[in-house]
Design a protein around this ligand. Structure first.
Ligand code: PHE
Length: 439
């Protein structure tokens, strides 16, 4: 069977960046950075993205292109034995992430509605907090939006790789950047905003801790879509002649830039309006409406913002569903349509308890976390780092010849030696150390 291919190198970069840039950067990054004390977290996060993130992104893409196969198939083709377990684990984690990701994706749809009817256009912190809290804890509304988001994701995936994902990503990124810059300009000119800026960029390294390192590691992998075989799958659609090093760098730079812009967009406004920086998962949803309330044509910008956030979330959720779907096509022999529908339905079902655990089922806790937080914890902080640890070992010790052949033409020999050494020892040691320290 011939595999689909990206229409162009730019298409590949945008699609990979589209997978990476999403709710992780715009919803998760600002609140995790804020709860971890701001500047120091930003530094640690950047450091991890530019070292571990770059090496592993490159490795995943190279593995995919070398094997010309998706997450599980790549490990089987290049090594066999027990190695495909990494791929299976990645597929499972994609499935788990998609379930709660789709819940948050649903929130963005609901907020498009709330922008249209104007109900969120106020800078009253209490009111905005109450609107958000009331919505996510409602027993049925968030489920409805979660379902709509899952259907949208399904529609793109069932339509095929190139038409769906690539077309969406091309338009999205420039629009998102332009709007964020405008919102940053507004936020930074609010009285009191500079305190937020200082909080976000000035590092206070007394805030370093094991838990913070673990948060940064988990968020780095989550925001870069690493450790699940997504970049392996995407890499397998890349033509021979394309420069993977450049592509990986672009994806990292674009993602990290989006996280940084999202922080600049949210945190100064948090301080200007006197919101609580440690408000948690609601931070972006509570803060941005207050900015819109202080902007001429604020309602229009609010609608645009949540539409773009929805699209950014969709290009990410599509990549998650794509991995699970191509797994079902390759391994279970299902048609694309059946596979996509079945997997979308399954993630929708798992998302139901995740959503309800923020409201009516909130009392049900495991290890001191509700189900939503538990899914997030198990995926970002445990399984993704573990997947990357194993992947680094795989690249360093087992699949190096294949990876080397993919990169040798565009990577100087010294960099190749460094990459291999990094994958063999340093990366696994670093990830292992952070994981152990975090516990
Ligand atoms: N990186 C995506 C985001 O930040 C989420 C994601 C994680 C997508 C893992 C794919 C794999 O929104």
């Amino acid at each position: 069977m011939t595999r689909s291919q990206w229409g162009s190198r730019l298409g590949f970069i945008l699609a990979a960046a589209g997978s990476a840039i999403g709710l992780g950067a715009i919803w998760k990054f600002p609140y995790v950075a804020a709860t971890n004390g701001g500047g120091a977290f930003l530094f640690v996060y950047l450091g991890i993205c530019l070292t571990l993130g770059l090496a592993l992104m490159l490795s995943e893409m190279a593995l995919g292109r070398a094997a010309n196969a998706g997450a599980v198939g790549a490990f089987r083709k290049l090594a066999g034995g027990f190695w495909p377990i990494i791929g299976y684990m990645g597929v499972l984690v994609c499935f788990l992430i998609l379930s709660f990701y789709s819940v948050v994706g649903g929130w963005t749809i609901a907020y498009i509605g709330k922008s249209l009817d104007g109900s969120i256009l106020t800078s009253d912190a209490k009111a905005l907090g109450a609107i958000f809290g009331g919505f996510i804890s409602h027993p049925s509304l968030p489920l409805l939006y979660h379902g709509v988001f899952a259907l949208l994701t399904l529609a793109v995936v069932a339509g095929g790789v190139q038409k769906g994902i690539e077309a969406l990503s091309k338009f999205l990124m420039p629009a998102l950047f332009a709007l964020m810059l405008l919102l940053i300009a507004r936020g930074l000119t609010l009285p009191g905003a500079l305190d937020g800026l200082a909080y976000f960029v000035a590092p206070d390294f007394s805030k370093l801790s094991g838990a913070m390192l673990m948060d940064a590691l988990g968020l780095a992998f989550f925001s870069l879509s690493l450790g699940l075989g997504i970049m392996i799958t995407y890499g397998s659609y890349v033509g021979r002649d394309s420069n993977l090093v450049g592509s990986a760098l672009w994806v990292i730079v674009l993602t990290v830039a989006t996280c940084f812009l999202a922080g600049l967009m949210v945190l100064p406004a948090v301080f200007a309006f006197g919101f609580d920086p440690s408000a948690g998962p609601g931070l972006t949803f509570i803060t941005m409406p207050a900015v819109f309330a202080h902007l001429p044509l604020g309602q229009l910008f609010a609608v645009m913002f949540f539409c773009l956030l929805l699209l950014a979330a969709l290009t990410s959720s599509v990549s998650l569903l794509e991995v699970v779907t191509s797994f079902a096509i390759d391994e279970l022999g299902l048609s694309r349509r059946t596979a996509a529908c079945g997997m979308a339905a399954a993630t929708f079902l798992l998302g139901i308890p995740a959503s309800l655990s923020l409201g009516v089922w909130g009392d049900f806790q495991l290890f001191g976390m509700n189900f939503f937080d538990l899914l997030d914890f198990v995926t970002s902080k445990l399984l993704m780092p573990l997947g990357e640890l194993l992947l680094a070992l795989f690249v360093g010790w087992k699949a190096w010849p294949a990876v080397r052949d993919e990169l040798a033409a565009v990577c100087p020999p010294r960099a190749m030696t460094a990459l291999r050494g990094f994958c063999m020892a340093l990366a696994p040691a670093l990830i292992g150390w952070i994981l152990v320290g975090g516990f």
